[in-house]
Design a protein around this ligand. Sequence first.
Ligand code: GLU
Length: 633
Amino acid sequence: MKMLWERDGRSSRRAFMLGACGLTALAFLAFAAAPAAWAQERDVSLGLPGVRGGVVTTSEPQAAQVGARVLRAGGNAIDAAVAVQFALNVLEPQSSGIGGGGFMMIHLAESKKTFVVDSRESAPAAADPGMFLLASDPSSAFPFGIRSTSGIAVGVPGTLRGVATALESWGTMPLPQLLQPAIEMAEQGIRVSSRLAESVSSARLDSEPGNPAYDQARAVFRPGGVPLAEGDLLVQPDLAKTLKRIAEQGPDAFYGGEIARAIVDTQRNARSLADPVDQAKLVGRMTLADLANYRPAIRQPVTGDYRGLRIVSMPPPSSGGLTVIQILKLLERFPIGDESKGFGFGSAKTLHVMIEAMRLAFADRAVWMGDDDFVDVPSKGLLDNAYIALRSKQIDPGARRADVQADDPRPFDTAALPAKVELAALALPDEEGVNTTHFTVVDRDGNIVTYTSTIESAWGTGLMVPGFGFLLNNELTDFNRIPAFNPDPDAFNPGANDVAPGKRPRSSMAPTMVFRDGQPRAAFGSPGGSTIIDTVVNVAMNLIDHEMPVQEAVDAPRIAQTSANGATRRELGFSEAALEGLAALGHSLRSPGEIGSVQAVVLDPRGQRQFGAADKRRIGGVVSLRRARSAAD
Ligand code: GLU
């Protein structure tokens, strides 16, 4: 089967008209803020017969422009991605930045190698599994609103070392050059976007009025107590100073010295609570040694086959790749694309089996997945064909399964481990943010970066490092808040994601690439906490099963199920008949709400034409570069 998105791109009159201009390097920038402008972007990304000079797609159009400038100046995808990340720290400070972490997947065209730079935040050496428990009542954890806005939630930041490592190893440009656009934007100011303006009013910036550590961010984003509005000028001199210092002295200026000391001091702030013992528990435990010792990890992605394509995605400590691939493989036996059999996009039957597969995979995720530098994650077993077949049998196309439980993939992982003897699964509901960002870059040579980057919740902890202008993440709230370790070696051990010193919290981030015969065909990912996994599955199925062109695949309404037995999230846009069909099968659907924000690139079968798409659910900007004739032809 040859997917629509794998065939040569479609041409349009507009494309020919633009092509006839005879410009040697033409950039197409699309803004998706208004419906009319979005329609224009659709034209740009779909109407043109693809480009060859590179594509940058981000949730912030100005960040896409920054990346495109790097590509135009001769930089590769890694260079552009580094510049985009710094630009996003200025443009979208509530979502990602040097105070956070992320997962960058890189494909190098020449060596055909695909790997991951894991810059996930880690727990300090003094962390312990009970650190989120109330001192006054150790059977309960601090509520999310409290622990996620306290120093105890701050993980050792990884983003800067992550991008610097990627750049040193696979980039071509010096770090100071790639910091320059962000420094200029922070110094000279940016116009506040609609999304930033909306976020500035969020309650996550309300913590602890009068506490200087929390007042810092308010002073920047609510100057004089007035939230910045769309179109206002936002100047960030402290952030500019920090980025300049990194440009002059390198990443060590962040992981040691004055900035490191300021980070450690800032995360020692806690929310004020009536009980002084409880309050003391919320103080962050990061030390200068934790910062100095932080290193990103270079990892092999997890892979699995789906309808003849190879899905390559994020390994532990993210649960993203394993869960995405499990869901797809659980669904592979159904003719999802075949409308004549009652399937096809958005039919009740298709949505039903998707939900059932998501339930099964999320049940396993809750028990088995965590940082496999610390725990044995049965990754092979979870994706083993025999195990998948066993699990997939539990999907009845005609009925919702009453109760979904995790199973034991260990016998399929290695013969040495015993089979399950009891079930002790603890599925705590996830309380992850949805404010991360995802961007994708492909360059003229076919190198690809697809990168999900985060400070976890909007504004992270809300703690901004005084005088340095960046926010500290609350990533450690992605760990189990109540330890779930089961000491019985024969039992299920849902403690895979318990806190431990130096461990990285389980993520859902899932930058993903799709390959056929070794050639990359698509690269994408999304923010959205645990719904990231479902979003990536929706888009993969839209491309592969429903043969949609990339922008349609991104635009189409999504469903998401993030637990074994809870309700299903959905977006507006599914037919009444499908929704009624799901209700009749026993599914309970939440009221509609947006899910994810996908930035995707698709490549033609020979890897020559590149198509970008940005998600209209956020602002979204794609820059597509036609290759300069003189250089290319
Ligand atoms: N902290 C989440 C994770 O690592 C991401 C949060 C988000 O998408 O906003 O999975």
